[in-house]
Structures are given as structure tokens and as C-alpha cells.
Write a protein that binds this ligand. Structure first.
Ligand code: MLT
Length: 411
């Protein structure tokens, strides 16, 4: 008789964004005339940069020509892309990363989820609360979290590190020492950041406890302030304790193309039960080569074009567009009397839900009375209760319209 992985039965509901999509689609069916504005999932709306399209077209032509056709590429990614990443994303910031520490993939969501394969099942895992749900759910699936406690909204064995207005969204070191620490900065969902000094404390902490930091920098391109690190490797010693996740999704509008990368430094080690040191780079290389056959050639050429002079200019324009939307949301909501966070180094605006409502009550009110979709804070974890996330990834017109509708509702 076939047995299932019973850890899956410990998962709560469906994946957050699927639950929201279902609710919205039911509402639209019942109200076909409602002009719904979606500022929920962080999905981009600007078309791809011209240089990206041109590079992709050229690569597609090459694939249709016997002389230039390519079959399987290197699983780790083409050298031309890994070298550009190193040069522009790291060397230009004074960070020493080598191309063979870069692993190209089809998304940071997959990378964050897949990385758990190389870590022991008994590791203690810490997440900030609220958090991007993938870190938690993939650890539930692989059996590291224990059971769900419906009273606390937490899993027994997980370590939750609250990041709320009370601690200025700077999580404190947990009472129990974790082995795996997920950090995402600029943060999804709160849109807040850590300064270099704050991040350096985490690097030091991980060193002292031989823990690993899984650093998600998917929103790095939205940083506008000086003291905010773009990469954890800007902190001295971080190559000994951190894996970094980067994505072209938000940076260059690749949510529909799919391309991302992970940095696994050669210095990183983990330990066997009897204390033997093992290179995490070699483990990940083995895992990646076994379960993944590489991102398609045209997509990697498209990603390479992001690093051209023209590409950099074009993606910057799109990022500024989204940041402008975030500003519109932030300022508009402030005027309406809301308490708002984020939105300066991030496309996400995190707001306090008014009048003692819950996050989901606010979601329903906004959907039904303003026809605006956002993401309830509690969907990101128990400390997200009483908060709500809106994204700057909509169009300028829709964003302005959504803000007007919300303002009207709270007049
Ligand atoms: C979000 O809305 O949090 C993100 O778009 C989800 C993702 O990147 O997978």
C-alpha cells in the first residue's frame, strides 16, 4: 500500500496566495461588474525591457539554426551569465564571489524551498514572524517543524522571531539557538530593512553558534537608502555562514520568464552527526545536478541582457515606477490616517489594520467595499495579525485609483 508523506497533512489551508486568488475569483463571479484592483501578490505589471526581449529573440533564432543550436546546458548555468552576475551584482560592490559559487535556477521560490534538501531533519529552524510562507511550508513538508498548534498559530518545533512595530521590525535573537535562520531583506512582507550594523550582528551570531543564514535578497534592487546592504556578503565573514538567494523576478520583471540564482560560497560547511565537516557547496552542487537540468538558453541570454548598460538603465526605470507606486500608497494611506511601514526600500507597504479589525476582516472589507485586493498580514504568520500588505507592483493608474477608493472608505 502506498504511503504518503504525512508531513503534508500538517500544512495549514492552501498556499496563502492560492487562498486569496480563490476568494477573489469567487467574489468576481458573484459581482461580474466589479472592477477589482489587485495589489495582493507581488507580481509585476511592467513589460520586459527592450534589451531583454532583443536578447531573447536572438537566442531563439540561434536555437533554430543547426550551427548555433544548443541542447542541455550546464546545470549550474552558463558561464556568460554567472560571470556577469559576479561582475555587476558583487564585484561592483566590492564583494568577492566566484562564478562557480553561483547556481542559476528557475526561481528564488524554488531555491528557498529546495535548499532544505541538504540539511538534516533535526536542525532547529528560525523564521521571522511575519514571513514569506515558503520558508515555513517547505520545512513543514520536510518534517522539521513538528505539529501545528491552532491556539498559538505556530508549529511546535519552529522558532518564531517576531518583527513588529513594537521592536521596529528588528527581530531579537531567539531564546533557543537555531541551526537554520531565514532572513529576508528588504523584507517581504513588511517592506522594512536591516542596517549593515544590524545584519552584522546576525552574521556574528551565526558564527558563534555554527548556524547557517539563508538570506533572501529578492528585493535588493529596490533599496534606495545608503546604509542598507544589498548583499549579506557586504558583511565581513558572511561567506562562512550564509547562502544568498537572488531573483530576476522583481528586479527585471521575470515572474513569467523564470530565472534566479543562489550563491553558495565555497567556505560554507555543515556537519555530520559525528562532527565531520562537509562542504555545503559540494552538497548543493550534487543536489542541483541531480534534480535540475538548467534554465533554458534563451532565458539565460535574457538574464544576461539585464546586465548590459541599456538593460541596467531600463530595469532601473521600472523599479522607480514601482517605488513611485509604493510612495503613492504610503502617502495616500497616511493622509487617510493609517499607520504605514515599508515602501521606501521595497515595493511593499505594510499597514496597521484600523478599528481593531483582524487582517482577514480588513481583507474582506477592502475586497467587498473598495474592490481592492491586498494580503492579510496574518497569512504571513501570527505576528502579522492586525497588519495588511499592499504592493507597488500594480499599474500607476490602478494604484492611484485603489488609494482613492480606500481613502473614501475611511473618510
Ligand atoms: C509575494 O507576493 O510575496 C511574492 O510575489 C511571492 C513570490 O515571490 O513567490
Amino acid at each position: 500500500m502506498i504511503k504518503i508523506n504525512e508531513n503534508f497533512l500538517k500544512l495549514q489551508d492552501s498556499y496563502l496566495f492560492s487562498t486569496i486568488a480563490k476568494k477573489v475569483s469567487e467574489f468576481q463571479k458573484e459581482n461580474p461588474d466589479a472592477k477589482i484592483i489587485k495589489l495582493g501578490i507581488g507580481d509585476v505589471t511592467r513589460p520586459l525591457a527592450k534589451s531583454v526581449i532583443t536578447a531573447m529573440q536572438k537566442a531563439v533564432e540561434e536555437m533554430g539554426n543547426g550551427e548555433t543550436f544548443r541542447g542541455y546546458g550546464p546545470e549550474q548555468g552558463y558561464e556568460f551569465l554567472r560571470e556577469k552576475i559576479v561582475e555587476v551584482d558583487y564585484q561592483k560592490r566590492g564583494v568577492d564571489i566566484s562564478p562557480n559559487e553561483i547556481f542559476i535556477s528557475d526561481g528564488a521560490k524554488c531555491d528557498c524551498g529546495n535548499i532544505v534538501d541538504i540539511f538534516g531533519i533535526n536542525n532547529k529552524v528560525a523564521i521571522t514572524d511575519p514571513v514569506y510562507p515558503v520558508y515555513l511550508d517547505t520545512n513543514v513538508m520536510s518534517g522539521r517543524t513538528g505539529n501545528y498548534n491552532s491556539e498559538t498559530g505556530k508549529y511546535d518545533k519552529m522558532i518564531y522571531m517576531p518583527a513588529t512595530a513594537e521592536n521596529n521590525f528588528i527581530p531579537a535573537f531567539p531564546a533557543e539557538v537555531p541551526d537554520m535562520i531565514y532572513l529576508c531583506y528588504p523584507n517581504n512582507p513588511t517592506g522594512t530593512t536591516l542596517s549593515k550594523e544590524e545584519l552584522a550582528k546576525w552574521v556574528q551570531y551565526a558564527k558563534e553558534h555554527s548556524s547557517i543564514i539563508l538570506f533572501d535578497a529578492a528585493y535588493e534592487a529596490f533599496i534606495t537608502e545608503e546604509d542598507v546592504p544589498h548583499s549579506i556578503y557586504e558583511i565581513e565573514g558572511a561567506k562562512e555562514v550564509a547562502i544568498e538567494f537572488r531573483s530576476f523576478s522583481k528586479t527585471a520583471g521575470f515572474t513569467g520568464l523564470r530565472c534566479a540564482y543562489m550563491v553558495v560560497p565555497k567556505e560554507l560547511v555543515g556537519y555530520t552527526e559525528n562532527g565531520q565537516e562537509i562542504s555545503l557547496h559540494s552538497l548543493w552542487n550534487r543536489r542541483h545536478g541531480t534534480k535540475f537540468n538548467g534554465v533554458s538558453y534563451p532565458i539565460q541570454r535574457a538574464a544576461e541582457a539585464v546586465y548590459s548598460e541599456e538593460g541596467q538603465k531600463e530595469i532601473k526605470e521600472n523599479i522607480e515606477y514601482y517605488l513611485e507606486n509604493a510612495k503613492t500608497i504610503k502617502n495616500g494611506l497616511k493622509e487617510a490616517g493609517f499607520t504605514v511601514f515599508g515602501g521606501v526600500n521595497s515595493p511593499y507597504v505594510w499597514l496597521k489594520v484600523p478599528d481593531g479589525m483582524t487582517s482577514w476582516e480588513f481583507f474582506d472589507k477592502l475586497l467587498k467595499e473598495a474592490n481592492v485586493v491586498g494580503t492579510p498580514g496574518v497569512g504571513f504568520g501570527p505576528s502579522g495579525e492586525g497588519y495588511f500588505r499592499l504592493t507597488g507592483f500594480g499599474t500607476k493608474e490602478n494604484t492611484a485609483e485603489a488609494v482613492e477608493r480606500i481613502k473614501k472608505l475611511w473618510k
